[in-house]
Design a binder for this molecule. Structure first.
Ligand SMILES: [Zn+2]
Length: 237
């Protein structure tokens, strides 16, 4: 009791705790309570932003690499013009790469033995000529470039510029020249069966997703040079 009495004698001033009722302090209290949530939200937004910043350029880069690797324009791969000294005339108006000549003529001879008459429609075409074909036909037919590109390569993108491409028709069915209907001729059926023996391959078959089917258009792949030129075309359809 004596001790309590002593304690009672001390005058302990009570701090006036009024700040919690202060409107500013209430806001501070609320902020303190919600701060972990605010922090989480901020972190989430920040992480999303960082991820987007990193991902967007990476995606662009990936697309760019694919584009550069492929280098197609309107579905056609680029081809250089072969040098003039590698070209030989096999018919009036038809020049081809010298490496392909013997094989091509031999193929026609062999077909003849089977009663099939192949006719060569178009061989080497300079980029200039391809330019005329692409742009004049485009305007005559009033086609958009993309539309035209399904049936004709833009200049600089034609296999014909390499000298290793040949358009073939059936001498007994000239109405099917450059027509999908050529696929119903005996010449086409013979080519499908025999062209590979002479290292010829159909360039734009029905599976090609970029370019319309061209049963008349064949390319030569019987030399290292030709194989190198058509490597990209063979890698991707
Ligand atoms: Zn062609």
């Amino acid at each position: 009791m004596e001790l309590n009495k002593d304690i009672d004698q001390f005058d302990i001033p009570l701090a006036k705790r009024t700040y919690l009722n202060n409107p500013n302090s209430t806001l501070l209290k609320k902020l303190l309570i919600f701060s972990p949530f605010l922090f989480l939200m901020f972190s989430f937004v920040a992480l999303r932003l960082i991820r987007n910043v990193e991902l967007i350029p990476l995606n662009n880069l990936k697309l760019q690499v694919e584009r550069n690797h492929d280098a197609r324009i309107l579905g056609h791969l680029p081809y250089n013009e072969t040098s003039k000294d590698k070209l030989v005339l096999i018919e009036p108006n038809i020049e081809v790469h010298i490496d392909m000549r013997d094989s091509l003529l031999k193929m026609r001879e062999e077909a003849k033995k089977d009663g099939i008459y192949l006719v060569f429609l178009s061989g080497y075409r300079s980029i200039n000529l391809q330019n005329n074909i692409f742009y004049s036909l485009k305007s005559i037919r009033n086609q958009e470039a993309a539309e035209r590109a399904r049936v004709s390569a833009p200049p600089g993108y034609s296999e014909h510029s390499t000298g290793f491409a040949i358009d073939i028709g059936d001498a007994t069915k000239r109405e099917t020249d450059f027509e999908t209907d050529f696929e119903n001729t005996d010449a086409f059926k013979w080519l499908i069966k025999n062209a590979a023996k002479f290292h010829f391959k159909l360039s734009f078959n029905k599976d090609n997703k970029y370019i319309d089917y061209e049963p008349w258009h064949w390319r030569y792949e019987g030399s290292i040079e030709a194989l190198k030129i058509f490597e990209s075309a063979n890698r991707k359809l």
